[in-house]
Design a protein around this ligand. Structure first.
Ligand SMILES: Nc1ncnc2c1ncn2[C@@H]1O[C@H](COP(=O)(O)OP(=O)(O)O)[C@@H](O)[C@H]1O
Ligand SMILES: [Mg+2]
Length: 194
């Protein structure tokens, strides 16, 4: 039986290929469907601060959703990846703000943007299963960020993905943090047992 680390690595490979195909079909249509799915099924506390992401590679693009969340009065922020293993930081962001290219080729706000603590995390996924487990890029950044945030306050972690990124069951390690909600262009999943 391969160790979870090796299984995760081969699953990432497979799931990224599936994600790429889905993203090539009609990314715009999927983004709009994702927005509608989330807004129909998820109620966010008024003015909850939402951690967003800028879609990289073939990640499902949350931009139409972010536009609507901003219009409804939700302030946004973006994660800033560290160079090392230190925790993610989050900086205030409004759509249209200029961004810098940060570590791992991920755009981040300028260092003058306020450091904030999100109430809601929109988490880009490499993979997910119906038990609310996630597979990320392999840096464990969201595992650490969600662990830290949950130890301090009540937050909501919402995984965003194409529906083809679903696996029957993902390998888990003790540090893996589950999601509260998963939204795809076709599905809305919640009420996970743990
Ligand atoms: N809470 C944590 N404390 C320390 N290290 C962590 C924590 N969460 C994750 N990690 C580290 O991150 C690495 C990658 O995690 P993994 O779950 O494989 O990535 P991802 O969640 O991005 O798919 C792990 O091998 C582990 O060393
Ligand atoms: Mg993990």
């Amino acid at each position: 039986m391969p160790a979870p680390k090796e299984t995760k690595a081969s699953l990432r490979c497979l799931l990224r290929k599936r994600r790429k195909v889905a993203n090539a079909v009609d990314a715009r249509k999927a983004s709009l469907a994702l927005r509608d799915m989330l807004l129909t099924h998820v109620t966010l506390p008024p003015r909850a601060l939402v951690s967003a992401y800028v879609a990289c590679g073939s990640e499902i693009n949350p931009r139409p959703l972010l536009q609507e969340l901003e219009a409804r009065g939700h302030p946004l922020c973006l994660p800033c990846l560290p160079e090392d293993d230190s925790p993610l930081m989050f900086r205030a962001y409004a759509l249209g703000d200029p961004l810098l290219m940060g570590p791992h080729n991920i755009p981040v706000p300028f260092s003058g943007a306020a450091l904030v603590q999100p109430d809601v995390f929109l988490v880009p996924l490499v993979g997910f299963d119906r038990a609310g487990h996630r597979l990320g890029q392999g840096g464990g950044f969201y595992d650490r960020a969600l662990y830290h945030a949950r130890s301090l306050r009540t937050i909501k972690a919402i995984g965003l993905a194409y529906s083809v990124q679903e696996e029957p069951s993902l390998p888990l390690e003790p540090h893996d943090m589950g999601l509260d909600v998963i939204v795809t262009e076709n599905d809305f999943l919640e009420s996970f047992s743990s």
